[in-house]
Design a protein around this ligand. Structure first.
Ligand code: PMP
Length: 506
């Protein structure tokens, strides 16, 4: 028996743990600007979305996810038999190469494009050629990875495959080419925020879809992933903020002397010689970028992450003073998930989004008056009420605060504040003691105020006394959270280099 030679494999980027170990930093401080994915999962991606699929996980899905294919078809104004599902659009990139170019020729438009096309050619025993007019199969990457440009769709005699992985960010598509026999590839990995779920799809006329489907492994998409895709489709992403952030980042990079080319995607490409030098220089800051032959690629994340990248670049390129990076902390249970970025002290730049508006507002008040930079994002299980979300939000914030305080050396330790809000009056006294003790009287309590503060106390390992009274429960709670913030602001003031305890540790 002859044994086949291994082919050149797709080079997966290294894990956070491996990258962090290489430069001696905490893996939790790594930020990936190298994956072109959404900065956070969609709110729809939570246990409730997969509960029904889990209840049937012993069964094979029957009907090959008809509801999902129907929803995708409806989204694009097509028929269900014009949609095939796969484990990411990568599955189709490999498949179309095998089906339409086995032993033949493949061209890519633009010539410098997504590396997977080369691997697909290799797996299909096909050669890459320069001239699209002379190829059996032409991949058009539109918009293009890694350059972000939007190439024209050429008229070619071979099979046209238009990879629209990033089309949601471009606001234009080439679905019209399906009528001329093109195959369009789409994915839930980018704007929909489900890269880990591995769901992509091919769109074409029903004949080509039948050709592709008949050559796929049966059911390469799991029922859990299909459920996540279905939930995400019910609430399609708004790419507006991501596009605005891309434009902001473009301007800010320009101020550092870097010139990204105009992008139709969620990433920026900066032509340069020796981009690897900058990739290596950024890693100790926890910033992971990606080098290509002629340039550097940077995925757009969100303002907090992108500012951290800009700070690191300013330090490295312009010699500006290093800015302390926020503590990044995450917590996920079967009920909730939260991601916290916290800088102490900060400038009171605060955003809290758990879906529980009132307590988001309360935590925002606390952090603002404590002078922190805080960003909290997460989801709970609103069908059970606000309890889990509020409790876990505060616990996650408390864990992040505990990490941010480190060994608590050099902090004043104690703080006290009285804060009125109209008829309500709150008194808070805090001790960054390292021991979790809460003595709280909030009357009337709008529901979760005392429990929220108690959750914070437990994970932040602080002592907190609060008395708040009044007639309007909203006022009473708000005065209490503000008072805790003001008291924390005092306790967090730097006061020499001592651990403020005769025990020598807190
Ligand atoms: N096409 C392009 C142009 C891409 O950049 C990517 C992801 N890197 C993919 C397809 C594959 O996406 P997925 O397999 O996750 O759907």
């Amino acid at each position: 028996m002859t044994r086949p030679e291994p082919l050149e494999a797709y080079q997966w980027p290294a894990s956070n743990e491996r990258l962090a170990a290489a430069v001696g930093i905490d893996p939790r401080s790594i930020i990936r600007f190298d994956g072109n994915v959404a900065p956070a999962p969609p709110a729809s991606a939570r246990p409730a979305a997969i509960a029904a699929a889990l209840a049937d996980v012993n069964e094979y899905e029957r009907g090959r996810y008809e509801p999902l294919r129907a929803a995708i078809a409806a989204r694009h104004g097509l028929e269900i038999d014009q949609v095939a599902l796969g484990a990411g659009s990568d599955e189709f990139i490999v498949l179309v190469a095998r089906v339409f170019a086995a032993g033949g020729t493949i061209a890519t438009v633009p010539a410098t494009s997504y590396s997977m096309y080369r691997f697909a050619a290799s797996m299909a025993g096909a050669r890459i050629v320069d001239d699209p007019a002379a190829a059996d199969l032409v991949f058009v990457c539109r918009p293009n990875n890694p350059t972000g440009e939007l190439p024209d769709v050429p008229a070619v005699p071979g099979q046209l495959v238009i990879d629209e992985a990033y089309a949601d960010y471009a606001g234009v598509d080439a679905l019209g080419s399906i009528a001329d026999g093109a195959i369009v590839l789409r994915t839930f990995s980018k704007a929909f925020g489900l890269a880990g779920a591995r769901v992509g799809y091919a769109l074409s006329d029903s004949e080509r879809i039948a050709i592709l489907s008949s050559r796929q492994a049966p059911l390469s998409v799991s029922s859990l992933s299909a459920a996540l895709a279905m939930a995400a489709l019910a609430n399609p992403p708004d790419v507006g903020p991501q596009i605005a952030e891309r434009e902001r980042l473009t301007v800010r990079l320009g101020e550092l002397g870097l010139s990204p080319v105009p992008s139709y995607t969620n990433f920026l490409y900066i032509p340069m010689e020796d981009p690897q030098r900058l990739v290596d220089a950024m890693l100790p800051y926890g910033v992971v970028l990606r080098a290509f032959a002629g340039g550097l690629r940077i995925s757009v994340r969100d303002q907090v992450d992108d500012d951290q990248l800009l700070d690191a670049l300013a330090t490295e390129l312009l010699g500006r003073d290093a800015v302390a990076a926020p503590v990044r902390h995450r917590r996920a249970t079967a009920e909730t998930r939260f991601a916290v970025r916290l800088r102490v002290p900060g400038e009171g730049r605060v955003l809290v989004q758990s879906g529980e508006g009132f307590y988001d507002h309360m935590l925002q008040q606390l952090a603002f008056h404590a002078g922190m930079d805080l960003r909290v994002e997460g989801v709970g299980d609103p069908e059970t009420g606000d309890h889990h979300a509020v409790e876990d939000m505060m616990r996650t914030f408390g864990e992040a605060l505990d990490r941010a305080l480190g060994d608590r050396r050099g902090l004043t330790r104690y703080g006290e504040a009285r804060v009125p809000m109209d008829e309500a009056l709150a008194h808070a006294v805090v001790d960054l003691s390292g021991r979790a003790t809460a003595t709280l009287s909030i009357d009337p309590d709008p529901g979760m105020a005392a429990h929220a503060l108690e959750s914070l106390v437990q994970t932040a390992r602080i002592t907190l006394h609060v008395t708040a009274t009044g007639t309007n429960a909203h006022h009473v709670a708000e005065a209490a959270f503000k008072a805790v913030g003001r008291a924390l602001a005092q306790a967090l003031v730097r006061d020499g280099g001592l651990v403020r305890s005769t025990k020598g540790s807190l």
